[in-house]
Design a binder for this molecule. Structure first.
Ligand SMILES: [Fe+2]
Ligand SMILES: [Fe+2]
Length: 180
């Protein structure tokens, strides 16, 4: 696959998402007795909401999955339906983290416990999800999509007018991952 290949682009984003999940796990595991790392959780949550979900899942839901469905990959009850369902469950976990963050920041032990539970569930779900995409769905995509479709995906992925794939935002999130 060439460097600009859209499937490779998605796989590279998986590596960035995994790095943030690993850092989030490590920081949450070290508290208590360390103070709850509220600022870090806020930054990680921002990345997961806007990069992992907003940008990455946008590319999959708005571009890749419809292109695969056009080529006959089943949606309802098939691999695309399963991926969409997992994106939805992931959003519920992120909402749980966001709801509990203000109280966790004040040191409320129940809120910290709830937030940690949502974060653990999210990390496990997403690692599994990424594995299935990398090893099953994206392999399928490599065979099913012709070069014209792949070019179309590349254009959509780099659409500057869409704020979810805006290059400035992207640079900010890449800098966050590099800082980990
Ligand atoms: Fe996905
Ligand atoms: Fe993905």
């Amino acid at each position: 696959m060439s460097v600009n290949h859209p499937i490779l682009d998605l796989m590279n984003e998986h590596r960035l998402i995994e790095k943030v999940l690993q850092a989030l796990d490590a920081r949450l595991a070290s508290s208590p007795p360390a103070p709850f790392p509220a600022d870090f959780v806020e930054q990680a949550l921002d990345f997961l909401l806007h990069f992992a979900d907003g940008c990455h899942h946008y590319k999959e839901e708005e571009a890749l999955f419809p292109a695969l469905a056009e080529r006959g990959v089943p949606v309802e009850g098939g691999p695309i339906g399963m991926m969409l369902h997992e994106h939805t469950v992931g959003r519920e976990c992120l909402a749980g983290i966001r709801e509990n963050l203000p109280s966790a920041r004040t040191g409320n032990p129940d809120a910290i416990a709830r937030l940690r539970k949502f974060a653990t569930e999210y990390a496990s779900l997403l690692r599994n999800h990424i594995w299935k995409e990398d090893n099953i769905l994206f392999k399928m995509a490599g065979h099913a999509l012709d070069s014209a479709t792949l070019d179309r995906l590349t254009v959509t992925f780099n659409h500057e007018r869409n704020p979810r794939v805006n290059s400035q935002l992207r640079a900010r999130y890449l800098a966050f991952v590099s800082s980990l």
